[in-house]
Design a protein around this ligand. Structure first.
Ligand SMILES: *Cc1c(COP(=O)(O)O)cnc(C)c1O
Length: 406
């Protein structure tokens, strides 16, 4: 107690610093910047901030004062989200963005020199690859694409001028899990920074920075927001690593609206609860699908049959809510199955409370010819199910009746 009328923020901070995931997801990051004593962090819906007088502005310009200046550079609602995410991810600093793509593209702009080189993995969010192929080429940036989880290939793909090794882990849609400590050792030996898109894992299942990565990035649109109601992104790392990213963000301007920042903050408070349910549902469904004769193959890192099960057990606590499977069916039969599902919505995305189902061939790769899709490993009978937080028995019953429609 500080004065008998109000509990001390510092004491609360101490109390929750080493607390469990749920306590930290609820409490961390919330009590600073707060003069109103609101239990929930206010939405600072402002584009700019006023100064007491010119002397105050001068103090800011001369670096003697730290405070908000303009809405493209900082916002107290963002800061609460950034602090909470730093705490969960084990990072010193975080920068929020308007979307996951904006987080990745700003990071690339910040880190890649003209004519630079990066290594990425093939099993990767399609738009990230397209950004590299369509836009970074204009800076004469070259990319080498390697198979995920192939750390030997990583060693030979890296060059002296490689600035970045970028990969998802787990990857999309085959949920390959990268051996992060090994990848970090190999990349660092060549002077490249390791950037992990950890969207499919969330900081509750995997903390890439603790395994040697320089940056963790997320599409906060997915689990972090968690309710299919906002788009956001975040880049996290050490203070030194984040400084150039924050600078680029303030210039490129892909910033998060304060309303969405508030929704993200609200979503984060239940992250631990939600992830337990996502993880449980996905594991139960993966096991059930694997035992079903209508299913040719299931990819889920929590299954012994997944090539990266051992790596996942070492690096992850729970494998997230996405299960990918190949049906014993043709394209039309797979459509009939998806159409017959009553609980999951047919929709792109993942990580929300509602289950979503999609055929990667139809939703992300439809512009390619079937042979080109196959080359990327995308079969016509591939299904990606992003388990929500419904009851597993209900999801299983729904899939069971839908499989009969093939
Ligand atoms: C969705 C997603 C993105 C892109 O994020 P947006 O918030 O949609 O811009 C990037 N990486 C992964 C792994 C994703 O799932």
């Amino acid at each position: 107690m500080s004065d008998g009328s109000r509990r001390d923020d510092v004491a609360a901070d101490e109390q929750t610093k080493s607390a469990g995931d749920s306590t930290r997801a609820v409490h961390r990051g919330e009590r600073d910047d707060q003069s109103s004593h609101a239990v929930t962090t206010p939405i600072y819906q402002t584009s700019t901030y006023w100064f007491e007088n010119s002397a105050e502005l001068r103090a800011l310009q001369e670096g003697r004062l730290k405070r908000d200046e303009y809405g493209r550079y900082s916002n107290p609602t963002w800061r609460a989200v950034e602090r909470k995410l730093c705490d969960l991810e084990g990072a010193e600093e975080a920068v929020l963005f308007a979307s996951g793509m904006c987080a990745a593209t700003t990071l690339f702009f910040a880190l890649l020199p003209k004519g630079g080189h990066l290594v990425i993995t093939s099993d990767c969010y399609r738009r990230t690859r397209q950004f590299i192929e369509n836009h970074l080429v204009k800076l004469d940036v070259e990319a080498t694409v390697i198979e995920p989880a192939d750390t030997d290939k990583l060693a030979s793909a890296l060059r002296d001028d490689s600035a970045i090794f970028f990969t998802e882990s787990p990857t999309n849609p085959y949920l390959r899990v990268i051996d992060l400590p090994k990848a970090a050792e190999i990349a660092h030996a060549r002077g490249a920074k390791v950037v992990i898109d950890s969207t499919f894992a969330t900081p509750l299942c995997q903390r890439p920075l603790e395994w040697g990565a320089d940056y963790a990035i997320h599409s906060a649109t997915k689990y972090l927001g968690g309710h299919n109601d906002l788009l956001a992104g975040v880049v996290l790392g050490s203070a030194d690593a984040i400084a150039p990213v924050r600078e680029a963000a303030g210039m490129l301007g892909g910033i998060l609206d304060p309303h969405s920042a508030y929704l993200l903050l609200r979503g984060l408070k239940t992250l631990s609860l939600r992830m337990q349910k996502h993880n449980d549902n996905a594991l139960q469904l993966a096991r059930w699908l694997e035992a079903n004769p209508a299913v040719k193959r299931v990819w889920y890192p929590g299954l012994e049959s997944h090539p990266d099960c051992a790596t996942a057990r070492r690096l992850m606590r729970g494998c997230g809510g996405v299960v990918t499977f190949d049906l014993d069916a043709d394209f039309d039969g797979t459509c009939r199955f998806v159409d017959a599902c009553r609980i999951p919505y047919i929709a792109a995305s993942l990580g929300g409370v509602e289950s979503l189902i999609e055929m990667p061939a139809l939703i992300s790769y439809w512009d390619l010819k079937p042979a080109e899709r196959l080359e990327l490993g995308i079969t016509d009978s591939l299904v990606r199910l992003a388990c929500g937080i419904e009851d597993a028995e209900d999801l299983i019953a729904d899939l069971e009746q839908a499989l009969r429609a093939i």
